[in-house]
Design a protein around this ligand. Structure first.
Ligand code: NDP
Ligand code: PMR
Length: 394
């Protein structure tokens, strides 16, 4: 059953015309050039490892204390002026890279309490300490997006903390470009789509109820996208290209048909980013008016030094940062990218809903254009409905 579900998802994000790249995981590639016989990681133990870390995390999570929710606007007694209470922002995958830098940037303002939603509690604690985030400005809660049980448990733990939820940032992701065999989530979904899209889909759908209850004046739900999922860009045209096709794999899969043996790791990542960007827009269409929540996605720039590339071959990790710095000029530091995402969380000028934010070479934000596929309203609707079945919401 689980394996069947896995193939349902992987097949969903495969386009029939690109069948050859779906037949198996491709050789390792460096800047799009195929390289074989390099060191390959064994991903099959990943889901088990996540599960172990999940169990370790639960004890720590139970140690969280209850916090009474304050109204969003306090009347400052002396001047009679209204002041905004500290907001609560959940950031998934805040133990490294963009998520950590965002947590740091938000915490430094003193305006935010960050819930660092992480699969590895100890790593997150060390990361928060070494980033110099003040203790009173963050709480670590265990979340393994590769397990829907863990997602539900996280929501439960968060609710028991008594904090209001003002902003949710769906940031965590895995990228498995060199895998020869597919890896799976606890429920048997392909690991990158399962983690990056389905885990976040369930999380954000459940936490929407909490956000609705918050009285914070500028509530936002942000799902991190990427340029490589957008085929209207040069970066998005580096093979294998993102392509969800007509979602027939997913719908066919629901009936137990259409099960490919393998999927392509890099394509699965890019497809998962398309799903992230489509989900944001579908949220906007269905729920912005009713809830007032601003739904947004973004491409923060190429943060070529993060852990995202940890499974890539060493030569790629060596050359990718200078390639992005000096050739494409798309490079941004983790700090700069963190400030960008922090703007989407709290900048008063970035309140528009349904937007995919990007930054120009002067680091000024602008509303960017998504590719045709990543802005396909019908695909967004269909993907939403299929995803809610897969994660057990309907
Ligand atoms: P990192 O690998 O540094 O960070 C990813 C985070 O996700 C880590 O904290 C990781 O946890 C966490 N994570 C992975 N799997 C799970 C899981 N199952 N449950 C919970 N958390 C998990 O990469 P980046 O900072 O680069 O990536 C952050 C976001 O930015 C992603 O959405 C990525 O797609 C996006 N992005 C990145 C770009 C880049 O150039 N780097 C460009 C465009 C978008 P752990 O620390 O335990 O491994
Ligand atoms: Mg790219 C033109 C600019 C540009 C930008 C902004 C990126 C971003 N890339 C660009 C161009 C190119 N890349 C070109 C011309 C090539 C072929 C030589 C190229 C190759 C390449 C590879 C092999 N690029 C990559 C890879 C990866 O493995 C990364 C990836 O696709 O991860 C999914 C990647 C990326 N390039 C980017 C960005 C932001 C990434 C990684 C992260 C992501 O999309 O989330």
């Amino acid at each position: 059953m689980a394996l069947q579900a896995a193939s349902l998802v992987s097949s969903a994000f495969v386009f029939p015309k690109e069948g050859k790249s779906n037949a198996s995981f491709k050789d390792s590639s460096l800047f799009g050039v195929s390289l074989s016989e390099h060191v390959k990681a064994d991903f099959s133990s990943c889901a088990l490892k996540c599960k172990r870390e999940f169990n370790q995390g639960v004890g720590a999570v139970r140690a969280q204390t209850m916090v009474a929710a304050a109204p969003a606007l306090d009347r400052a007694s002396s001047e009679g002026k209204k002041t905004l209470r500290q907001g609560t922002c959940i950031v998934t995958g805040a133990s490294s890279g963009l998520g950590l830098a965002t947590a740091k940037a938000l915490a430094e303002t003193g305006k935010w309490h960050i819930i660092m939603a992480c699969r590895n509690f100890l790593k997150a604690e060390r990361a928060a300490k070494s980033a110099g985030i003040a203790k009173e400005n963050y709480t670590i809660m265990h979340l393994d997006l590769a397990s829907l049980d863990s997602v539900r448990q996280f929501v439960d733990t968060f609710r028991r903390s008594g904090r209001p939820l003002d902003v949710l940032v769906c940031n965590a992701a895995v990228y498995l470009p060199t895998a020869k065999e597919p890896a799976f989530t606890a429920e048997g979904f392909e690991l990158s789509v399962g983690t990056n899209h389905l885990g976040h889909f369930l999380l954000s759908r459940l936490l929407l109820e909490d956000m609705k209850k918050s009285d914070y004046p500028s509530k936002r739900l942000i799902i991190v996208g990427s340029i490589t999922g957008n085929t209207n860009t040069l970066a998005g045209n580096v093979p294998p290209k993102a392509n969800l096709g007509d979602l027939r794999g997913l719908s066919g899969g629901l009936n137990g048909l259409n099960r490919p043996a393998m999927i392509d790791g890099a394509k699965a990542y890019k497809d998962s980013k398309v799903c992230n960007m489509l989900t944001m827009q579908e949220f906007h269409r269905r729920l912005h008016e009713e809830t007032g929540i601003a739904f947004a996605s973004l491409y923060p720039g190429c943060i070529a030094t993060t852990g995202l590339f940890r499974e890539h071959i060493p030569l790629f990790r060596l050359l990718f940062p200078p390639f992005q710095k000096y050739i494409t000029k798309g490079f941004v530091s983790e700090d700069e990218a963190g400030k960008r995402l922090a703007q989407v969380v709290s900048d008063p000028s970035l309140t528009k809903s349904g937007v995919y934010w990007s930054w120009n070479k002067h680091s000024a934000s602008f509303q960017n254009q998504l590719s045709q596929e990543a802005s396909d309203a019908e695909k967004a609707r269909k993907g939403w409905e299929i995803s809610e079945k897969l994660v057990g919401l309907v």
